[in-house]
Design a protein around this ligand. Sequence first.
Ligand code: PAF
Length: 282
Amino acid sequence: MQIIRTPQELQKTCLPWRFSGLSTALVPTMGFFHAGHESLMRYARAHAEKCIVSLFVNPSQFGPGEDLAAYPRDFERDARIAESLGMDVLFAPEPGAMYAEDHAAWIEVPELAGTLCGLSRPTHFRGVCTVVAKLFMLALPQTAYFGEKDWQQLAILKRMVRDLNIPVRVEGLPIVREADGLAMSSRNAYLSPEERAMAPALFAGLRRAAEIAAEGEKDSVRLVEAVRAYWAEHLPCGREEYLMVVDPESLADKALVDGPALMAAAVRLGKARLIDNIVLRP
Ligand code: PAF
């Protein structure tokens, strides 16, 4: 596996692959790999001739007071995992290499970025879109893989490539969970043992809503109330940031679950901010 540290070298390595007709896949990450990242890399390996994994804790997607400095990092372990999963390239640039001091170009998709996580992280998705667009220009993969845990990110990136005609297919892969249901996340490392024991209740509450919806409840307000009642009992230390039912593509609020709908949540538990989602089907 080749470890590449500069954008110029990545472009020099990857553009000829794409232009020569090789199938190439990119897995963009911020590192501290868990089974969710591993599933993306395995899927990429099985579907492309050349696989690139990027590891970059992107400063522009963290707001003031967020966990940029504390974000967990373990480069040596990540490099071993990427190599063992057969990645051809690990791209791990220094922050200074990705953004010029006077960087001034940003990509925004405000229609989809103003809801859910965007309510409390108003500049987050412009940082994500901009860094992902830069990674796309550098690696020019045919396909890029993202986890469905960050559903809003996925919806926004799909819209970005569609609206800007970026020749990359953005694909989402299912959330990988711990045996007790907690969605894998690098930020789970922030949970104390007591918080970790309680954290599966986040998804258990969403699953409860999916069951009630499948039994015929269409009213989003009632579905949200059912989850809140479940959390009040099983996740008493959690502080809800949002719990919403939205259209899976446009992310517009949905008052009625009259077709597939996304129920998405963010909950603060101790130092961790956990997000999760489930598709409700009537
Ligand atoms: O999902 C992530 O880890 C990040 O938002 C991404 C897509 C790697 C961009 O920095």
